[in-house]
Design a protein around this ligand. Structure first.
Ligand code: GGG
Length: 345
């Protein structure tokens, strides 16, 4: 049986309670499947900064280097110093954010199943910001290499999903002719290598409207860093909000998984936060381990986690926001029960 070392960052705000809840699910996964996860708890985020004066300590980075994969809770005001920095440090260039309707969840429609492939290391998030004589300047960096690898990721994902087989490139090339122009041009070039996938382009403003008008028509959306961050929050609201939004940060040899949302400080201690974002992030983690290490047990475990989430939501075993009566941690226990009952092996 393979043991995978998981770098675990509980984070800030509701992060620690989402982490404990997700661990209940991952304990069930280990009991149910022949799979071992060794968690290495690490510090990073606002609380770490307040205590130590640094949001992402060097030993955290080093421990991540020594692990197979990282699972991270939300962090608060120090997001730029933690998650944006980790994406750059480990070249986690693809931010994969699935948006899917689950039964029992208040969704705009019940047939939404799309995924954002957001470029994760360039654009306005590069951190090149400065002021000159009272003028604040932020540089938007878009490279051919960055566009090409994220476009390929999107087309490969559309092929693997085998659903609508469509990639939509979202940009604003009519205004940002150089930066978005390069992104659009490279997406068009890459599309030629995938004749079996339908390719189309939308301006970001039109896409933000169409996501609400006809979300069922999207499959894979590829876009630049900031557009992806904004549109994926909007789209999450179509399927029940950010509590239903997991995210993966994927590079060529390493990956980090997290809920899409922030630390939600106003919810701390109320035990009402929906933990599905982080539980589904752990499902994506297992799926990635399965692919990266060619381990079908991880793939089956990932399926069991998703089925467990879907089944508990269907039964109304959820938080008050969705009409349920459960506390955050009890949702994890309900999902764990479903996993123990699952027939996958
Ligand atoms: N948009 C929800 C949120 O606050 N997410 C945390 C965050 O800001 N993460 C940084 C990022 O994804 O770029």
């Amino acid at each position: 049986m393979t043991t995978y070392k998981v770098a675990l960052i509980p984070g800030d705000g509701i992060g620690p309670e989402l982490t404990e809840t997700t661990l209940k699910v991952l304990e069930a996964v280990q009991r149910r499947f022949s799979l071992r996860l060794e968690f290495v708890r690490l510090e990073a985020g606002d609380a770490c900064f307040e205590r130590r004066g640094v949001a992402l300590p060097e030993e955290t980075v080093e421990a991540i280097r020594q692990s197979h994969v990282c699972l991270k809770g939300p962090v608060g005001e120090t997001a730029a110093d933690v998650i944006v920095r980790l994406r750059m440090l480990f070249d986690l260039y693809a931010n994969i954010r699935p948006i899917k309707s689950y039964p029992g969840v208040p969704c705009l429609r019940d047939d939404i199943d799309l995924v954002f492939v957001r470029e994760n290391t360039e654009g306005l998030y590069k951190g090149f910001e400065f002021t000159i004589d009272g003028v604040a300047i932020g540089l938007r960096v878009i490279t051919r290499r960055g566009c090409e690898r994220i476009a390929r990721k999107a087309f490969e994902l559309a092929k693997r999903r085998g659903k609508k087989r469509r990639v939509t490139a979202v940009h604003k090339a009519n205004v940002m002719r150089v930066t978005c122009g390069l992104f659009a041009e490279v997406c068009r070039e890459v599309a030629k290598d995938y004749p079996e996938i339908t390719f189309n382009e939308q301006y970001v403003d039109a896409a933000s409207m169409r996501l609400i008008k006809e979300p069922q028509n999207y499959d894979v959306i590829v876009t630049t860093n900031m557009f992806g961050d904004i549109l994926s929050d909007e789209a999450a609201q179509l399927v029940g909000g950010l509590g239903m939004a997991p995210g993966a940060n994927i590079g060529d040899g390493y990956a980090l998984f997290e809920p899409v949302h922030g630390s939600a400080p106003t919810r701390v201690g109320k035990h009402t936060a929906n933990p599905c974002s982080m539980i589904l992030a752990s499902k994506m983690m297992l799926e990635w381990l399965g692919e990266r290490y060619g381990d079908p047990v991880c793939t089956h475990a990932a399926q069991a986690v998703e089925l467990g989430v879907a089944e508990s939501l269907r039964k109304g075993l959820t938080v008050p926001d969705f009409g349920g009566k459960l506390k955050t941690v009890e949702v994890g226990e309900a999902v764990a029960d479903e996993i123990m009952r699952s027939k996958l092996s």
